[in-house]
Design a protein around this ligand. Sequence first.
Ligand code: ATP
Ligand code: MG
Length: 313
Amino acid sequence: MARLLCIGEILVEMVAVDVDQPTTRPGRWAGPFPSGAPAILADQAALCGAEVSLVGTVGRDAFGTACLTRLRASGVVVDQVRVDPDGTTGVAFVSYRGDGSRSFVFHLADAASGRFRLADVESGLLGVDVVHLMGSSVFSAAAAEAVGEVFDAARARGIAVSFDPNLRPETLRREHVPTLLRILRGAQVVLASEGELQLLLGDAPDEDCARQLLAGSATTVVLKRGARGAGLYLDGREELSVPAVPVDEVDPTGAGDCFGGTFLALVLQGWAPADALRHANLAGALAVTQRGPMSGNRTLADLRAAEHLLPST
Ligand code: ATP
Ligand code: MG
């Protein structure tokens, strides 16, 4: 089976229990939940049957153990995750506002979780078919350099790159945009949230940006539209839009990564992209029904059992 490699931040997340709970005062928090966008994606891809390994760094502490225990249990190969004795595992605090928006406080760039480097991944590139990279991993100058180098190493070996810009305003720096653009323009698969392509590529609407990427290096572009579903654009011009599966949203963080992990796992197992999209759309919907970024991840058997929820398109 085709093999997937994910690289980037592995951290725990604390979720504010109450809506509009300020991060400036004491409040009620749920967690620690295993998290980190590449980790969530890898977890879901493994649950859906993919051969997936994750490269990153954690501290030698209970939070690192919590993440690695969860990932191992889901079937992610974590042999190349470096446990750094000189730092603590990263932490993110997320709180939701009444209007549905959210804010993060990240302890990442200076934590052990921010110390992954090309050297951590180089031997792991052997036998890999797709490397998945994320913009959220580009949170410091050192991380930008590492992610850029992994991209170059993958492309030099002819390995396909999948990219989710996954922009986080809290950690995005102007000086990192060229790295993000280089990866976006060179990736074969792009999985973007609404508005991200327009933000990175200029004034054109996301759909036009998707076609622009398909005229370049991309063969598949997916637009994630939250509660409005998702769209698929292929270089053969096939386009598909699916409405969201109606659910009660409890915690939207991680839905995009659950969606991406499902999509990549199914495509790597030979599914038609349109069927992979429908099941990713289902997985993303189920993911938002539970608190905690990986709590809503589902196995392929779970998704099959929930197929009756698929919108008839
Ligand atoms: P994140 O970066 O927080 O993981 P994202 O912005 O990358 O999220 P979203 O578009 O929010 O990704 O969600 C991914 C997919 O999950 C959507 O395309 C959709 O299929 C599904 N989804 C998300 N929110 C909902 C919702 N409220 N109801 C139903 N489906 C949803
Ligand atoms: Mg995202």
